[in-house]
Structure formats: C-alpha cells, structure tokens
Design a protein around this ligand. Sequence first.
Ligand code: DSN
Length: 419
Amino acid sequence: MYERIKKQDKKLYELLMGEEKRQKEGLELIPSENYVSHAVKEAMASSLTNKYSEGYPGKRYYGGQEFTDAVETLAQERAKKLFGATFANVQPLGGANANIAFYMAAMEPGNTILGMDLSHGGHLTHGHPVTYVSKIFRFVRYKMKDVETGEIDYEALRETAREELPKVILAGFSAYPRELDWAKIASIAKEVGAISVADVAHIAGLIAGGAAKNPFDYGFDAMTTTTHKTLRGPRGGMILVRESEELAKKVDKAVFPGLQGGPHMHQIAAKAVAFDEASKPSFKKYAKQVVENAKAMASVFKEGGVRLLTGGTDNHLILADVFSSLKISGGEAEKLLDEAGITLNKNAIADDTRKPMDPSGIRFGTPALTTRGLKTKECAHVAEIMLDVLTRRDAKTVALARKEIRMMALAHPIPESFM
Ligand code: DSN
C-alpha cells in the first residue's frame, strides 16, 4: 500500500500508515463518516485530477473535454435516478458549498430564509452568526418544541413564515435523530410562496436506500447534500432540483461561476461510482441496518439511564446528554472513548449551557460500523462498552475496552467492495 509514496516521501508514508492503522483497529462512530469502496478510491486517484473543466458538459471554457463531459453527465444521470430529481449539479466541493450556492441561486442579498437552529440540530451553514452567509442573507431560525421528543413546532414555523414571508424555507440537520414532517414543511413553504429546500447531507444514503423518507415525495423543490456520509461516496456535495428548470439554471450559475472555479472531476467520477453502488439492492439492506443498529445503541444508552435528545432515534445518529446523566462533559467523554479506540464527537445539545468546545453532549452513529458488517447485537455491545468506559473512567477499564474494541474491529475488516 502507498508503495510509491513509501519510496519518495517517508514522512508522509508514516502518517498515512498511521491513519490506516487507526481506521483498521478502531471503531468509527462519527455519524458523518463512512468507509468508501476501493472503486471509489480508484476514481479519486484517477487521471481526471489533472484536468480543468470549468463550465458544464457541452459548455466548457477549456478543450479536451471528451471524457470529462461524459463522466459528469454519467454522475448527473445516476444522481437524478437515485433521488427522483429532474436536475442535478454534482460540482459542489462539499455540503457547505452546496448550501451557499443554493442560497445564491434562490435569493438576493438581504432576502429572508428560515432554517433550523444549530443547537437544535441544524448546521452552521443554516445561518449561524459566525458564518459569512449569515451577513448576506437574513436567517430566521426555528427550534424544536419539545427536546425530549424532537417534535418541531410546525405551527410556530407556519406563523413565523406568515410573518417573515421568507424567500426560502430550509429544512434539514446535522444533529437531529428524528424524521422531519417534510409534507408539513413543504405545505408551509407553498402557502407563503417560498422555495423549499431540504439539506439531506446526513441522511442522503438512508433516502437512497429507502430507509428514510424522500423530501421530493412530499413536494420539496430542491435538496442539497454531501456525498460522503451515509451515501458512502467521496467527500463532496450536490444540489438536486425536483422539477423547476428555472431554479436548476440558477443553481448551475451559482455553483459556477458564482461560487467555485474548476470542478474536481476525479471526485465527480467517484460520485458516479458511489451513486451506482447506492442503487444496488445490497445498499437497501445496508441503509435499513444502519437505522436498526442506531436504535439498538440508543436502547442500551436509555436503559443505562442516559438522557437522549429527542428520546431516541429514527435515523443513523444519537445525541446523548452525558453531562446531566453521567456527570462527564462531552469533551471529556470524546477523549476517554478515543483512548478506548472509539471515535465520536462532542456535541452541543439543545440550549446547551456549556461552551461549544466542551459541551454537554456526544453525537454518535452507525453508518461506518454498519459498513464493517456489525449488526444490532454487536452495536449494542459497543454501546455497553461505551457506557462502561464513561461510567468507570479508570485506566484499567479503558485499557480493557481498547483491547476488546480492537478485536471487534479486526474481526470486522473494512470491506474493499460493496458489489
Ligand atoms: N461535519 C459535518 C458533520 O459532522 O455533521 C457537518 O458539517
């Protein structure tokens, strides 16, 4: 592995091998991470990385596009089929870019947009004051009505929409374990004449695999997403439009030349590979298992007396308030579990009184564990180990946990192919 790098760059080789070992011998529970197939990696390492191709298929600013045009079209067609869209822009370099480009496409500076509050599960790019886009557009943020069940206050959202008359209503999340009522949000948007867009970055793979509802089936106008989380593709983003050609044209202009330069065509090729993999029957099984595994882990935490935000999970992620339940901060929990070979992230909980760098919660999930072939029984056992570490916290418990996690990881190697 990495034979040429080994010959010419020892320092980098050692770092890459360190990361290989970390991934192989530990268990990955960050819910936005996953392992890609070797076919996806091959596409990312292809000669397409050498090519400039500003523009879109058939309309480029550089020559030599015979194959890039076909690659991008292939990725677009596969994305459209997978999600039931009429238009797909596969050029966004990540989820944040996809969101920003969408705002530029759908709004003028100063326009109002409704988005979910970060501390209630939304994302930084949904209008958090630290972002630059929050200075360009007027974000009004909504919250859950009941953090114990995850219920969104849809009537309050309707009232806010009637008062604010937003240009866009954004729904979607990066730390919300429940399904949104897409139909209700789409109806509110329709009532006030707003464009509805779902940020499905976290659940795109669950949607593709039929384990989560598809916002397009409930009338949403557009979706933004990443391609590397539950969708199990390369790092990157994408924007899908259900049927409006006018909106799709604006999206294309906003992505290029509005926001980005040359598309990363090697990543686009890798997206095409991942979309094909996600269209297979085996991916349906995978998506269903991701949710079952998350529910199994949530049950162990609940039975262990840990407060879960929204009371459980309907998707791939769990948000646990470890500070109130176990008297350990999110930061300390992240560090201890890291020592045990379990990687997850500290996370703010709704209306957290602690600071973002050391909040009250931890967020974890099952996309990567499920890719490694773990089922509900093994996932429940991982949750038991986590609780043990978080409760006892002594060096002996952590060392024993690390040994057991390493054995589990080695018994479930990262697969090279999903076909
Ligand atoms: N970093 C992504 C996540 O972990 O959810 C969102 O940006």
